[in-house]
Structures are given as C-alpha cells and as structure tokens.
Ligand binder design. Structure first.
Ligand code: GCU
Length: 356
C-alpha cells in the first residue's frame, strides 16, 4: 500500500510551513477532529497544596477551573521540582489513567507517581516533572466523554474533536500557566505520554509549537505507527473500542486504510524541526514497533529539509540500542507495553542535547 507523500511535489524549506498547515488540517479532519477555538470566560489556576518532600524536592498540586457561561470543569496538575534560582526546564507528562477525584497525591502515594512518571529520575536529571490529569476535563469513556470540556465545546459533525483532542487541549492550558510562571523556562518545555497518552502527546506537540520537544512511548495505532501495512491494532479495533478518542470520520476508514489521505509519519513530521523521540517495546505487537520506526524514518525527511538531522539509522535497531544521534530519536526495548526506567534513561540522554 503506497504511503501518501509528505510533500506536494518538490518542496523548499520556505514552502514547508504552508504544507504543514495543510497536513495538520488533514490530520484533524480525518483522525483527531478539529480543535475548537474556545473562548473561555475564565481559566483560573489555584494552588491547592505545596509540600517540601525529602531530598530538597518540592511538590505542588494545582487545579485550573475552566468556565464559559454556566458550564465549567476543572483539571488537576501536579509538579515535582527542585527549587532553583534560575528558570528550569520541565517535562509535561500526560496522565489519563488516574480516575480518582482526589485533589492531590498524598505524600505516602508518591511511590505510585514514581511508577507512573518516574519523577525522581526526571527531577534528578534537573527537570521539573509536571503530571497533567487531562482526563479530568474529558472522561476516557465512550458514554461519558461528553462531560467536562465538551459541555463548553461539544463534539459536532464528522470532524468534531474527540478525547485525544480534548486531552491535547488540556495540556496546552497547562503550558499557558507555566508560560506565566518565572520558575519555568518557556524555551525548555517537553511533553511526553505513554500509549493513548502517547498518541495525545504527538497530537498536542503537532498543534502547540511552544512545546520544544515531544516524546511518545508505545503510542502505536493512532500514534507513531504507520497505519498502512500495520499489524496488531488497526482502525477497526481502535474505533470500535474507543470511538470517543478520534473524530467520527476516522471510523469510516476501518478496513479502508488505503483511502485515508494521511498516515502517521505526517503526524510525526508536524514536530519538525523540534526534537522528537519515539520508543517501543519489542513484545508490544499490538503497537507494531517496526511501523513506528518506519514512520520516524519517513518523517525525518522534513527535519532534513529544514536543515536538521532527522533519525540516524537505516535499519530497525536491535533491542535496547537507542538511536540518539539525530534530532529524531528512537529505541525499541526488551519487554512489553509501558514506560520503564530504561525508557527514561534514553529520553533524558536525548533531551540533554537540547535542554542541557
Ligand atoms: C489499548 C488500545 C491502544 C492504547 C492502549 C493504552 O490497548 O488498543 O490503542 O494505546 O490501550 O492506552 O494502554
């Protein structure tokens, strides 16, 4: 199956921004839905808790309220950081798996965070670790996803937005808050997500160019993996089990991937020329690591067009052999679906080149 081209014929670096806008619109119209321009009456952040943890680490929990007319919703985000005198880089972690309505993580529960985010590894490397509970504004459920932000901006029509779009929107609202906070360095904000949140990290990074680096872990179908020729999960699986993630049009391509005018290398290309890292796990056949690798290879053409390096590596790498040299990084590690300390080691080594 021929993969659609990134370019409309010969394209120069100067012509890329126009082509980029076109592709972004096609990705929205066919996969993720169009993100509505929401004019809120209020987006109000509150600090709920500030704690000093062990080893000079600080913890904060915030809640942002979003209101338009009578409709409102709110979302938690949490920050682990070491107080510094200079603005520090931050890694924004999209978490859509925490369905507790707790206002904050109790200190005793920090181990759980460690499992989910590895905040110690991140803060030890000199970054603030920001957890974003994006599902607070959009439930990860086909029946109830319309609550929350979709009461303010409902999904409408075949290209109406879905949960991935809403979660990506929510991350950008945290970027708004951090942007105004002198403790964080606006030029050094990275976004990361795992699995469904990995798909979200890519869609968020595609739309919000304030994010200086994008990391996607085991994102698979609807994430980094090319749809054409893919094994494991496909559009039919994703749109029948999770119809709320994407726009309604996406499901119409089930078993007709060849008709989709886009493929996932275009999503990855939206990050160029910013650093992008994609990773997989070898036993995660549902994701199909080889198809993510191929997508990173294909998307790299855009980095090269823009005078950057793209992925350096011609062959699918052996397990646990990260390709860290170019502006697009990739690894496939031993084991199955999920985020492990090994993944963080690779991401942090890669990010260091850019964030110091
Ligand atoms: C399911 C789904 C995947 C998704 C994963 C996850 O396996 O089919 O598309 O990435 O859940 O989010 O853990």
């Amino acid at each position: 199956m021929a993969i659609p081209s990134l370019f409309n014929g010969p394209t120069t670096a100067e012509q890329w921004p126009a082509r980029r806008r076109q592709l972004l619109d096609m990705l929205a119209a066919n996969i993720y839905g169009r993100t509505p321009a929401i004019e809120l009456d209020q987006a109000l952040p509150f600090t709920l808790l500030h704690l000093n943890l062990e080893d000079g680490l600080a913890y904060e929990c915030h809640r942002v309220f979003f209101r338009k007319g009578e409709a409102y919703c709110s979302m938690r985000f949490e920050i682990f950081y070491r107080p510094l005198d200079t603005p520090q880089p931050a890694i924004l972690m999209i978490d859509v798996f925490d369905s507790s309505s707790a206002n904050f993580v109790e200190p005793g529960l920090c181990e759980r965070c460690h499992e989910r985010l590895g905040y110690k590894q991140v803060t030890d490397a000199g970054y603030a670790a920001v957890f974003i509970h994006a599902n607070d504004v959009c439930n990860d459920c086909p029946r109830t996803f319309t609550r929350g932000i979709m009461e303010i901006a409902p999904r409408e029509g075949p290209d109406g937005w879905g949960a991935i779009g809403a979660w990506a929107w929510a991350v950008s609202r945290v970027v708004d808050v951090l942007w105004e906070d002198p403790r964080f360095d606006n030029a050094r904000l990275a976004v990361i997500g795992v699995s469904r949140a990995g798909k979200t990290a890519l869609w968020c990074g595609a739309q919000d160019e304030r994010l200086a680096a994008v990391i996607s872990c085991v994102s698979g179908c609807g994430g980094a993996a090319l749809l054409r020729g893919k094994t494991g999960e496909h559009i039919r699986d994703m749109s029948s089990q999770f119809p709320h993630w994407t726009c309604p049009t996406y499901a119409t391509y089930a078993d007709h991937e060849e008709d989709l005018p886009v493929d996932q290398h275009m999503l990855l290309a939206m990050c160029a020329p910013r650093p992008l890292y994609v990773s997989d796990a070898i036993e995660d056949t549902w994701c199909d690591p080889r198809k993510s690798f191929e997508a990173t290879q294909m998307a790299s053409e855009v980095w090269r067009l823009l005078g950057r390096e793209g992925l350096v590596g011609d062959e699918f790498p052996p397990v646990d052999t990260p390709l860290l040299q170019g502006d697009v990084g990739y690894h496939v590690r031993t084991g199955g679906h999920g985020l492990l300390p090994y993944d963080w080691e690779c991401y942090l080594t890669f990010l260091k080149k850019y964030f110091g």
